[in-house]
Design a protein. Structure first.
Length: 67
């Protein structure tokens, strides 16, 4: 018996803009990027999320926001 799962995660960049603040590691500018994430299972969309990710333009480190 052979069972194959076809799961896939696709990311698509929607836009970028400069965010306030500076990188805590190198002091570079922070950039906000909106990303559209789509999870599919057997070619059917399961989940569809839009998230905002922050990164440094100088050292390319991914930054996280804590409240």
């Amino acid at each position: 018996m052979c069972l194959v799962f076809l799961c896939d995660e696709k990311e698509r960049e929607l836009g970028r803009q400069q965010a306030p603040g500076s990188c805590p590691c190198c002091g570079g500018k922070v950039e906000a990027m909106d990303v559209d994430i789509k999870w599919t299972f057997c070619f059917l969309t399961i989940c569809h999320n839009i998230k905002r990710r922050y990164s440094c333009t100088l050292c390319s480190k991914r930054l996280e926001m804590y409240n």
